[in-house]
Design a protein around this ligand. Structure first.
Ligand code: NAD
Length: 510
């Protein structure tokens, strides 16, 4: 049972008097009702955030950093509680819930380390080198809205908010109602770490009303969810000319080269395909194995998948947990049934396991998938992967790139040079060599995001911080010097300027 105390709800603005009661995917567990916000509550939340903006932006960066340093420690002090909340809301395995905490901690550590330098004024060459003192300030956008889905409820509700706040913005978070308590706990820990009132608030409600109302009010929107919804969010943000980062879907490929190590392949495949029961944007759903090792590697994969320990409780005993809801379970079931009706073959899995939990779906390996099948291109967002053979690197790259998406990819090979060459030719925001997804995703100093239909903008790295700022150029002259001076007429002045242009280029100053 997840309980909400008055203190926990301090950050939530919800005055409708109505509430939503999510259903836990775990048998025998209940989730406390979540108070629901109205469109007016969204306006109040953003007004409060705006009121808190000036003080927060003026707070010394060192003091802002200290709050997130304390937050890092609080995450680990509260690890058991957070794991329980995440698991009860999402149904995922405990180790996958733990990974969410590590993800947020890595982001807090990374940005507290780089924020001061990255956000400090940057000197640039001015119109008249030496004479013109030009610098760029990183001004906060103002109020940042975060709309996050249910699949990684702790990570995705808070870890974009951390760089946004470090950059001097206030944030209003609209988590998915199914996983609202994860977000409420995440913000409660921030308040415990010393975050001033109003800097982070939460609103709860459905996407098309409460989510859309948030986009109408904020100065920047950070959205994580499906490509279909992302396009609506982008259009709404575009109509208001506010910036948006859109972290969307994927149909991520794994290329297994002829020289791949079998164990590296198996562990990368299990992690890549079945973490969080495949409800992960960077999950592998397409696997291409070199024809010379295809039979051997496929048989080993099926054996390993058959050994996966499936479970739906709070223990550490299981490798893969449940899907998040009836809606997800029936969508995954339908995607697999359609593929099979179109001629695909399930070598293992392919069915629900109500004996374990109401939404548990077996890890599934499909073969015989062809280009005309729905599953060839469409994201399943569940524990389902299809496997196809390829002849050479050229064909593997063509198969990997045969997708509208471009979020994450994986190349398994002993030849690291060749693997890197293949990686660079895959149209994907991240590529992992000899890993499913964690190598790139966990490299939080490097940008992460999608090409093509997988999104716009990048989280992680300096890019993930600077998107929350407006670069402001301040150029200072001791006195007016950009027009005729020293009694010269236009002709003399321009002849001096054109000579100066040539000299400056020769000196490497322009
Ligand atoms: P979804 O697009 O259906 O919903 C995402 C969130 O958007 C939900 O909380 C929903 O309430 C809200 N929403 C719906 N309509 C809205 C609107 N008009 N305006 C504002 N908000 C609205 O996606 P989902 O099924 O909940 O999540 C799974 C999808 O998210 C998958 O496609 C997955 O790949 C993607 N995802 C991407 C990333 C990434 O980093 N790229 C991470 C996690 C999930």
């Amino acid at each position: 049972m997840l309980a909400g105390s008055t203190k926990l709800l301090d950050s939530l603005i919800a005055t409708t008097g109505s509430s939503i009661t999510p259903v836990s995917p775990f048998p025998g567990h209940k989730i406390e009702s979540v108070p629901e916000s109205s469109v007016d509550d969204v306006k109040v939340a953003v007004a409060q955030a705006r009121a808190a903006s000036a003080n927060w932006a003026a707070t010394d960066i060192e003091d802002r950093i200290k709050i997130f340093d304390r937050y890092y420690d609080l995450l680990f002090k509260n690890q058991d509680l957070l794991q329980d909340v995440i698991q009860i809301e999402t149904g995922k395995a405990r180790s996958h819930a733990a990974a969410e905490i590590y993800g947020v901690a890595m982001i807090a550590a990374h940005y507290t380390k780089i924020a001061k330098k990255a956000l400090s004024p940057q000197k640039r060459v001015g119109i008249f080198p030496v004479l013109t003192k030009t610098e760029v300030l990183a001004q906060p956008k103002g109020v940042v809205g975060i709309i996050s889905p249910w699949n990684y409820p702790l990570t995705l509700s808070i870890y974009d908010a951390i760089p946004a706040m470090l950059a001097g913005n206030t944030v209003v978070i609209r988590p998915d109602f199914q996983t609202a308590w994860s977000a409420i706990h995440a913000v409660d820990l921030l308040i415990q770490a010393g975050l001033p009132k109003g800097v982070a608030t939460i609103v709860i409600g459905d996407g098309p009303t409460v989510g859309a109302a948030l986009i109408d009010e904020v100065d920047y929107i950070c959205f994580t969810g499906s490509t279909a919804t992302g396009k609506k969010v982008g259009a709404q943000a575009g109509a208001r000319l506010i910036g948006a980062s859109l972290e969307l879907g994927g149909k991520n490929p794994m290329v297994v080269r002829a020289d791949a190590n079998l164990n590296t392949f198996l562990e990368s495949a299990i992690q890549g395909c079945f973490t969080s029961a495949g409800q992960l944007c960077i999950s592998i759903e397409r696997m291409f194995i070199h024809e010379s090792i295809y039979d051997e590697f496929l048989a080993a994969l099926v054996n390993r998948v058959n050994e996966i320990k499936l479970g739906a409780d709070l223990s550490w005993n299981y490798e893969v947990g449940s899907l998040g809801s009836e809606a997800v379970a029936s969508r995954v079931e339908k995607a697999v049934a359609t593929a099979i009706s179109e001629g695909a073959v399930a070598l293992t899995g392919g069915k629900r396991r109500p004996d374990i939990g109401p939404y548990v779906f077996e890890p599934t390996v499909l073969t015989g998938v062809t280009k005309d099948m729905k599953i060839y291109r469409e994201e399943v967002f569940g524990p389902v992967v299809y496997v196809l053979p390829f002849k050479d690197d050229e064909e593997a790259i063509a198969l990997a790139n045969d997708s509208e998406y471009g979020l994450s990819a994986s190349v398994i090979s002993k030849d690291l040079t060749k693997a890197q060459e293949v990686a660079a030719r895959i149209r994907s925001g991240s590529v992992n060599v000899n890993d499913g997804f964690a190598a790139a995703f966990g490299s939080v100093a490097a940008p992460m995001g999608g090409m093509g239909e997988s999104g716009l903008g990048r989280r992680h790295g300096i890019e993930g911080l600077m998107r929350f700022t407006e670069p402001q150029t301040i150029a200072v002259h001791p006195t007016f010097i950009t027009g005729p001076r020293f009694g010269m007429n236009e002709q003399k002045w321009n002849s001096l300027i054109s000579r100066a242009f040539r000299i400056l280029k020769k000196l490497g100053l322009r």
